[in-house]
Design a protein around this ligand. Structure first.
Ligand code: NAD
Length: 424
């Protein structure tokens, strides 16, 4: 059976999803992207043309989600709009009998996510989250190494992303500068870091954080200045009401310094800002009783690295000796050209990105067809968002918060304004 899916939201990430689908079709014919939807017909047309040229089947274009649900013959939808629409479209789709995959974050707030979780449970429809970092084979290997005790008992993690956007709006997308549409970079981007920390270290208990908006006057700059590696994916999108060079008021948080206590007892430091002028610091490590794991950047293909107290370094294929049972799953192996046990790989970013997206679709469709759970479903999607939001909630009140209180709505001071704006 072919699973018919619609791509909703054809901006920068939507175009990357289209490329993921094109990659998927090189290996599998079980999924068909038969419709695309964006409020901007020409933005949707760019993506439909690329799919049509590459696969020979151009999806039907819609500019209205509700009309698409009425007219198109679908099994599922991929919701890649800006984040405020995720819950509304996901709920409507599941209530119409369709399975769903949304981009991360699963919903804009935890309240939105709880509603999505409930509808998924009531309707029995799959609710998958396209969280991509963990699916990188090098992150699979890193987890296997930690689980096998390659660094002993994990003591603490450092996840530090300190850099400068030079006062630009993130990804040249105005919605990301607005608290009520994105929350802030420590959420929109930090949810990836949160998911990876949970993936590698298990659940988190408490968070204390300080947060800030250091730069509330931002400039809308072209994407090839802001994020050159993604620029080609974003050059077709429309920014209603703004032009390059405009000043944009930033109400979204741009800086978060958080300390996390994991259920295992390990401690984590998650630090993120794009307002560090003249200093860049990128650290992604986990230190344990017998050494430190240096994590490669997700989607770089680089090998993890373990350093022992005496300076000995273990990297590349030597790592595989520490995890004799480590193997990539069948789907990843097919997408990664038959690889089963690898310690690095050499591909460009866009190819890696597309392969991971292809994996996400196949995982979602397998869950939908078997009635099982996708790898990243409501639980994992909400766990990661609750950890990222715990930084915001603690920052808003000046008090430590438990991640569970954030997940279940008992700590929501930061999110209340966003929920009110969404009318939920
Ligand atoms: N996993 C990742 O690495 C990653 C990277 C970038 C973005 N994202 C996520 O993907 C989503 C989209 O981000 P983006 O950077 O592509 O933003 P974007 O602004 O480039 O794209 C959003 C698109 O949604 C369309 N849209 C808005 N409202 C709509 C509606 N009511 N109906 C149909 N279409 C509508 C817009 O016209 C736009 O083309 C966000 O949730 C973001 O957090 C994930």
């Amino acid at each position: 059976m072919t699973f018919k899916i619609a791509l909703v939201g054809c901006g920068g990430m939507g175009r990357r999803h289209a490329h993921g689908y094109i990659e998927l079709r090189k290996y599998f014919d079980t999924v068909e992207m038969s419709a695309v939807c964006d409020v901007h017909a020409d933005v949707a047309a760019t993506v439909a043309d690329e799919i049509g040229d590459a696969t020979g089947a151009r999806p039907t274009i819609y500019t209205d989600f509700d009309e698409m649900l009425e007219k198109a013959d679908l099994d599922g939808v991929a919701i890649i709009t800006s984040t405020p629409m995720h819950h509304r479209f996901a709920i409507k789709a599941m209530e119409s009998g369709l399975h769903v995959i949304t981009e991360k974050p699963m919903g804009l707030t935890l309240k939105a996510c709880r509603q999505m979780r409930e509808v998924s449970q009531q309707t029995g429809k799959s609710m998958a989250v396209a969280e991509n970092y963990r699916r990188d084979p090098m992150n699979r290997l890193t987890r296997a190494l930690i689980e096998a005790g390659a660094i002993g008992t994990p003591y603490f993690a450092l996840d530090i992303g300190v850099g400068s956007s030079n006062g630009a709006v993130m990804h040249s997308t105005v919605w990301r500068a607005k608290k009520i549409q994105a929350g802030g970079a420590p959420l929109d981007a930090g949810v990836h870091n949160a998911d990876m920390l949970l993936y590698l270290l298990g659940g988190a208990n408490t968070v204390f954080a300080e947060t800030a908006i250091n730069e509330s006057q931002r400039t809308l700059r072209p994407m090839d200045e802001v994020a050159p590696v993604l620029a080609k994916m974003y050059n077709h999108r429309k920014e209603d009401g703004y032009e390059t060079g405009d000043t944009v008021e930033q109400t979204a948080v741009d800086t978060a310094f958080g300390v996390i206590r994991f259920k295992s007892g390990a401690i984590g430091q998650l630090l993120m800002t794009d307002t560090s002028h003249g200093q860049y610091l990128g650290v992604s490590t986990i230190s344990g009783s017998t050494g430190t794991m240096y994590r490669p950047a997700s989607r770089s293909g680089e090998s993890p690295r373990i350093v022992r107290n005496d300076g000995t370094e273990i990297t590349g294929d030597a790592l595989l000796e520490l995890v004799p049972d480590f193997e990539l799953d069948d789907t990843t192996s097919i997408l990664w050209n038959g690889a089963r046990r690898i310690s690095s790989y050499d591909m460009d970013f866009r190819e890696i990105d597309s392969k991971i997206l292809a994996y996400e679709y196949l995982d979602m469709v397998a869950a939908a067809e078997s009635g099982g759970q996708p790898e990243v479903g409501p639980q994992e999607g909400m766990d990661a968002l609750a950890l990222a939001y715990a930084l915001m909630e603690s920052g808003a009140t000046g008090l430590p918060v438990t991640v569970e209180d954030v997940a279940e709505g008992r700590a929501s001071a930061f999110q209340d304004e966003i929920d009110a704006e969404m009318g939920i």
